[in-house]
Design a protein around this ligand. Structure first.
Ligand code: KIV
Ligand code: ZN
Length: 548
C-alpha cells in the first residue's frame, strides 16, 4: 500500500482512480425538507472540498435566484474541486449555468436531456432524431464557454441500448468530456448496470475520449451496489451524496461507495482521493444542517456502525480486532475515546476534542459552545463525543437570535389541559406569558412561544432523538414549520425534551424573523422555498424545475 496526498491508502500494483462527483448540494438538496440556504450551502461545499471530493455539483442555477446565487458563491469561494452547475439542453439554462460557475478555479457545465421512450413520448414529445440534435447542440453551446462538459442522458437505464449508444457517441463527438449514465428512477439491478456499462464500452467507438460516470438512485436500495457494479465494468466517475440524500429514496451514499472501494481494494483495484477521516464529521454537518437524522445502524457513519454489543463479539474484538471489524473507526472519522469530558474540563480540552472530531471553530463559536457545555456538564455526568458534536452542530446552525429561551414551567396530566408559564429574552428584555391550552405540554409551550413572539406558524414535522444512550441523554429535537408558504427548520438540544422542543421551535421562529428583517448575516430564503414548481424538465416548457 502507498499513501495518497490525503492519506488514503492506495493499493500497490495496477489501480484505477475513481472520481467522486458529489451532488449533495443539487440532487441531495432536492430531498423533501432538505433545502439549504446560502450560508449552509457554502459550509457544506467547504466541507466537501476538505473531504477532497473531485467534483462538487453546486446546484441548478436556472432553477431559482437562490440556486444561482449559491452556485456562484461556491464557485467564487471554494477552491480545490471542480465546481459544476446543472443545465437542461436549453440555451438559457446553459448560459445561466456558465454565469454561475465561470469564476470557479475549474468550472464544469453538466447538461442533461432525457432519452428513454417514456420520457421522449410523454414528457418531451420529441423524436429520437430531435433528441440527438438537441443533445449535441447543448454540449456544443456549453463547450463554447468551458472545456469541461458533462452530458447525462436522463433515464438512461430505461433507454433502448442502440439509441443510448447513438446518443453517447454523438455527444462525445461533439466534445463532451464526461458521459454520465443515470439510473434516474432506481430501476436497474447490479448485473444490468455491469452489462450496460460494458456494452457502452464495447459498442461506442469513441468511448475512450470521455470518462464514463454513473448516477444511481436508491428506489430499490441498490444505488451503491449498482455504482460498484458499474465501476467493475469500467466507470471512472461515481455521482453520490453525503448520507445518501436525494430525491425520493436518495442517491448512492458517498461514504458507502468510498469505503467499499477502500476496504475491498483487493477486489476492485481502484482508489478515490477521499480523505476518509472526514466522512463522519461531514455526515454530521450535513445531517445537522438538513435535519435529516442518520439512522443509528447506517453503514459507515451511523452511531452503531462500530458498536459491538454481543458478548461473543466483544470477546473476539478484545482478542483480535479484525475478528469482527473490517474497517477501523478512526479511518472514517470516529474517535476511539468514547468518554471524553466532564464538569471540570476546560475550554482547551473542549477545543482539543472539537478538533479531534473534525470541526474547525472560530473563537466566538468556541466560547458559545463552552457556555452550553458547562450547562450540560451540570446536568449530565458523562459527556460523550456525540454530545459535543451535537452542541457544535447546534451552534454552527445558529441564526442571529431575536428571541432566546430562558425558562418554562408546565403543569398537566392525563386528560388535563396544560397550564404553561414561559419566559423568553429579547435583547436585554425579559418577557413572560402564561397560557392555559394546548394538546400536551409541548404543544402548550409552542402556543406560548407564538403568543410572545406574535408569530403564528403551522408545525409540519416534529422529531426527537436521543444523542447518546442513557436516562440523562440529551434530546435533540428538529421541527419544520410553515410560514407564508415557506418551510423553516429549527433544532434544539437539552436533557429536557420539552425544553429541547421549545428551543427548536424558537430556532425556527428566529429564522423566519431573520428573513423578514432582511438579515444579511446569515439566512437567505432557501431556493426550494422560493420557487415551488411542479417537477418537469420538458425542454419545451418555459418553467425550470429541479431534476432528480
Ligand atoms: O437522476 C437523474 O437523472 C439526474 C440527472 C440530472 C443526472 O439527476
Ligand atoms: Zn438524480
Amino acid at each position: 500500500m502507498t499513501e495518497t496526498t490525503t492519506g488514503t491508502p492506495r493499493p500497490a500494483g495496477e489501480v484505477r482512480e475513481i472520481r467522486i462527483f458529489d451532488t449533495t448540494l443539487r440532487d441531495g438538496e432536492q430531498s423533501p425538507g432538505c433545502s439549504m440556504n446560502l450560508m449552509e450551502k457554502l459550509e457544506v461545499a467547504q466541507a466537501l472540498a476538505d473531504l477532497k471530493v473531485d467534483i462538487i455539483e453546486a446546484g441548478f442555477p436556472i432553477a431559482s435566484p437562490g440556486d444561482f446565487e449559491a452556485v456562484r458563491e461556491i464557485a467564487r469561494v471554494v477552491r480545490g474541486p471542480v465546481i459544476c452547475g446543472l443545465a437542461r439542453c436549453r440555451p438559457e439554462d446553459i448560459d445561466r449555468a456558465w454565469e454561475a460557475v465561470r469564476y470557479a478555479e475549474r468550472p464544469r457545465i453538466h447538461v442533461f436531456l432525457a432519452t428513454s421512450p417514456i420520457h421522449r413520448e410523454h414528457k418531451l414529445k420529441m423524436t429520437k432524431e430531435q433528441i440527438v440534435e438537441r443533445a449535441v447542440e447543448g454540449v456544443r453551446r456549453a463547450l463554447g464557454y468551458c472545456p469541461n462538459v458533462e452530458f447525462s442522458p436522463e433515464d438512461a437505464t430505461r433507454t433502448e441500448i442502440d439509441f443510448l449508444c447513438q446518443v453517447v457517441e454523438a455527444v462525445i463527438d461533439a466534445g463532451a468530456t464526461t458521459v454520465n449514465i443515470p439510473d434516474t428512477v432506481g430501476y436497474a439491478t447490479p448485473r444490468q448496470m455491469f452489462e450496460l456499462i460494458s456494452n457502452l464500452r464495447n459498442r461506442v467507438p469513441n468511448i475512450d475520449k470521455a470518462v464514463i460516470s454513473v448516477h444511481c438512485h436508491n428506489d430499490l436500495g441498490l444505488a451503491v451496489a449498482n455504482s460498484l457494479a458499474s465501476i467493475e465494468a469500467g466507470a471512472g466517475q461515481v455521482e453520490c451524496t453525503i448520507n445518501g440524500l436525494g430525491e425520493r429514496a436518495g442517491n448512492c451514499a458517498l461514504e458507502e461507495v468510498v469505503m467499499a472501494l477502500r476496504t475491498r481494494h483487493d477486489y476492485y483495484r481502484a482508489y478515490t482521493n477521499i480523505h476518509t477521516q472526514r466522512l463522519v464529521p461531514t455526515s454530521r454537518l450535513v445531517s445537522g444542517i438538513t435535519g435529516m437524522v442518520v439512522q443509528r445502524n447506517k453503514a459507515i457513519v451511523g452511531q452503531n456502525a462500530f458498536a459491538h454489543e454481543a458478548g461473543i463479539h466483544q470477546d473476539g474484538i478484545l482478542k483480535e480486532r479484525t475478528t469482527y471489524e473490517i474497517m477501523r473507526p478512526e479511518d472514517v472519522g470516529f474517535t476511539t475515546t468514547q468518554l471524553v469530558l466532564g464538569k471540570h474540563s476546560g475550554r482547551a480540552a473542549l477545543a482539543d476534542r472539537a478538533r479531534a472530531l473534525g470541526y474547525r471553530l472560530t473563537g466566538d463559536q468556541l466560547n458559545a459552545i463552552f457556555e452550553e457545555f458547562k450547562i450540560l456538564a451540570d446536568k449530565k455526568k458523562e459527556i460523550y463525543d456525540a454530545d459535543i458534536a451535537a452542541l457544535i452542530e447546534q451552534e454552527i446552525a445558529q441564526v442571529p437570535d431575536r428571541w432566546t429561551f430562558e425558562a418554562y414551567r408546565v403543569s398537566t396530566g392525563s386528560g388535563q389541559t396544560p397550564q404553561v408559564w414561559l419566559r423568553l429574552r429579547r435583547g436585554d428584555q425579559l418577557q413572560e406569558t402564561e397560557l392555559h391550552g394546548g394538546d400536551g405540554p409541548i404543544d402548550a409551550v409552542f402556543l406560548a412561544i407564538e403568543k410572545l413572539t406574535r408569530l403564528s406558524v403551522v408545525c409540519k414535522d416534529f422529531r426527537v432523538h436521543s444523542v447518546t444512550l442513557g436516562k440523562d441523554a440529551q434530546a435533540e429535537v428538529t421541527v419544520e414549520v410553515e410560514y407564508q408558504d415557506q418551510i423553516y427548520r429549527g433544532r434544539g438540544l437539552s436533557t429536557d425534551s420539552v425544553e429541547a422542543s421549545a428551543r427548536a421551535f424558537l430556532n425556527a421562529i428566529n429564522r423566519i424573523l431573520a428573513l423578514a428583517n432582511g438579515s444579511k448575516t446569515k439566512r437567505t430564503p432557501s431556493p426550494a422555498a422560493e420557487q415551488k414548481q411542479p417537477p418537469s424538465d420538458n425542454v419545451s416548457s418555459s418553467g425550470p424545475s429541479k431534476s432528480s
